[in-house]
Design a protein around this ligand. Structure first.
Ligand code: NAD
Length: 356
């Protein structure tokens, strides 16, 4: 049986869109791209011609008014994400936006209220939860033999941003919305509800280092390191179970599993052994980095009501923490190094949406 494809429009045709989201969208079994939009007419014409997309628009409002779209995918700047999402949701069109979905928590709350009122599905490009490696991590930690989680550690370090992004005023705010949002969402989605967070931050504006220690309700301890001091992007996820088993993923391409009391092959001792799994080098980047699966999971949620955990509502705990860190750092704006000392302690405070 062939699935009905959603009629989708894509807004914003910059680097992330043309490298990742648009190609993943064009490969989707659940979507057909019928229109694209960018304020840059040259880019619009070129991509429209190359990909054979009929509807070309410079003004997103005109596109949303004229085309009979089921959903729109937006990949631009947070203020544009907000403007487009507001306009699309008001018209009853489902919306998927790249991260960061909006500039601040009040915009997020506004869109949540409107999407609830209009019965519209929303999604955010949190691709780290849709990678091939994430699928393996989820399968391993679900196994009884692995045991209950006791510790999650994530390292998400890059070299950017070094200057304010989009229309934001500060590098720190840009760092929170462009970088920290990813591992923060990921650790919260693995650990669940938390009791308390301690945030440590140091560094000058050219190299930020932030560490967040999290006590989750289920007694799991989380440790998140994020920063802008490394010359390349470096990414490590480690999960340790109460039984002493571990799974570690490096740069989304090497997965190491150790078993404290496992049966090692060929008479080897388990304390000297690890199982190394490397995804096939021939797998498409869209699958490895999660761009294909993040879109398809959103479309499957619209089409079949399949579970989905990256709607705007799900982003609230992340934005609550970002807002708290941001406001504390603004208070300390006069400090030369933006050091949080003593560490910021955030106790979980529930919003009406968190239990949904
Ligand atoms: N998830 C990831 O791994 C990842 C990686 C890189 C970037 N991103 C995100 O992707 C988004 C885009 O980043 P980018 O590097 O592609 O930026 P970019 O500057 O290359 O692209 C932005 C595009 O939006 C267009 N645009 C601006 N205003 C518009 C409007 N009113 N209507 C239509 N189009 C408009 C611009 O012309 C440009 O083509 C950002 O939010 C960024 O955080 C995500």
């Amino acid at each position: 049986m062939t699935t009905k494809k959603l009629k989708v429009g894509m807004i914003g045709l910059g680097e992330q869109s043309t490298d990742n989201l648009l190609p993943a969208l064009l490969l989707s079994s659940y979507a057909r791209v019928i229109a694209i939009c960018d304020i840059d007419p040259g880019r619009l014409q070129k991509i429209g011609m190359e990909k054979g997309i009929p509807g070309l628009y410079i003004d997103f409002r005109e596109m949303l008014d004229k085309e009979a779209l089921d959903a729109v995918v937006v990949c631009s700047f947070p203020e544009i994400h907000y403007e487009v999402a507001r306009y699309a949701i008001a018209k009853g069109i489902h919306v998927f936006v790249e991260k960061p979905p909006v500039s601040n928590i009040s915009q997020l709350n506004d869109l949540i209220d409107l999407s609830v009122e209009k019965g519209v599905r929303t999604g955010v490009g949190m691709n780290f939860s849709y990678t091939d490696c994430h699928e393996i991590i989820s399968n391993v930690i679900r196994e009884d033999e692995f045991g209950d989680m006791s510790f999650i550690s994530i390292e998400h370090i890059s070299s950017k941003p070094t200057s304010p992004l989009w229309d934001l005023d500060s590098v720190m705010e840009s760092f929170l919305l462009a970088q920290l949002i990813h591992p923060l969402d990921y650790i919260l989605s693995l650990g669940g509800k938390y009791n308390a967070l301690n945030v440590y931050c140091s560094g000058g504006l050219s190299s930020i280092f932030m560490q967040i220690m999290i006590e989750f309700e289920n007694a799991v301890i989380g440790c998140l390191k994020c920063g802008t001091f490394y010359p390349r992007f470096k990414h490590t996820i480690e999960v340790v179970s109460k039984n002493g088993n571990t799974i570690t993923v490096r740069d989304l391409s090497l997965i190491e599993v150790t078993q404290k009391n496992g049966n090692a092959p060929f008479g080897l001792k388990s304390k000297n052994c690890a199982t190394i799994f490397t995804p096939s080098p021939l797998k498409a980047g869209y699958s490895k980095a999660g761009y294909g699966r993040e879109l398809d999971t959103f479309f499957q949620n619209i089409l079949f009501g399949h579970p989905y955990r990256h709607s705007f509502v799900h982003m609230l705990p992340v934005y609550e923490i970002l807002a708290k860190i941001g406001s504390l750092l603004r208070e300390k704006e006069g400090d030369t190094h933006n050091i949080i000392d003593p560490p910021l302690n955030i106790h979980h405070y529930a919003t009406s949406y968190l239990s949904q």
